[in-house]
Design a protein around this ligand. Sequence first.
Ligand SMILES: *Cc1c(COP(=O)(O)O)cnc(C)c1O
Length: 367
Amino acid sequence: MQRPYNFSAGPAAIPEDVLQQAASEMLDWRGSGMSVMEMSHRGKEFISICEKAEADFRQLLAVPANFHILFMQGGGLAENAIVPLNLSQGGAVDFVVTGSWSQKSTKEAGKFCDAAVAASDEAQGFTHIPDAASWKLRSDARYVHICSNETINGVEFQQLPDLASLGSQAPLVIDFSSHVASRSVDWSRVGLAFGGAQKNLGPAGLTLVVVRDDLLGHAMAMCPSAFNYRLVADNQSMYNTPPTWGIYIAGLTFEWILRQQEGAASGVAALEARNIAKAELLYQAIDGSQLYENRVARDCRSRMNIPFFLKDETRNQAFLEGAKARGLLQLKGHKSVGGMRASIYNAMPMAGVQALVGYMQSFEKQS
Ligand SMILES: *Cc1c(COP(=O)(O)O)cnc(C)c1O
């Protein structure tokens, strides 16, 4: 039986190989007599799972040795508070607002620090990334925050900003929840990256934080201990019970990523090549039609989350029903944007995008 194609923005599709491996190991993980869910996080079995997951993630995204990889809980939304609690010391923090998530981050951080908007595309409906030369960066900013892929609005930085070249000494913080491991990361431009696992890496409940060593140890006194990066790092993400199941599934996903091949490319580079091809196919189908449209500027269109509208909105319901009947699930757009959204993360095969494009074209002809 062929599984349907799941275009959910998150929690999202997980590679079938990963689900099958987890199913086969569900009752007895590799002769241990236990499910991973039943293991002590301090036992040798789980510690081996956790250490391998961390090492594989470091390898697949080429994370330099002076960055810590932390497995935490709370999701991307909790990081909107945890990052300022750890990095801001209550001082100035600048935000570039390119969509709903960076807007949320700004608001939450304002509870803990002097959060200011350095640039915003709200007036244009979050369809552009404001030119970096126009960003109002403060010289005393403790860090600059961007959301490198706006999941709801479908706006993605195709290159991370080089703050040093903009005259800023502040570290860059990126929320990469919805495109982590879909492309490489230029760590020379990043101080901290965070993301929930449930879009590209596994189940909900696990949050990844990648943080440069020199940024640890400055947490505000009010920062909860379980969210203090220094404590989490010093205890190898075991200061308190980590999300063990999430780490295990993410670890299987990392192994799956490392196995991927596309021509001469492997790992994240293979997925990136595939993600470019998938996104091009879908954007071409949208741009080439009379019925569908995407309003995001071409130079910052997301490869992962592709919102689109039917120019005749009275046909939205029929579009969704027809899609579901063909095994194309969860295409309804976010309520704040409307229309449709296809999330085509790493786990979405090219065949899924081809099936969607084929359906979109036949639906358009029916009118
Ligand atoms: C999903 C998402 C979040 C929120 O994650 P939660 O796990 O629900 O807290 C934050 N930022 C981005 C970019 C996201 O896509």
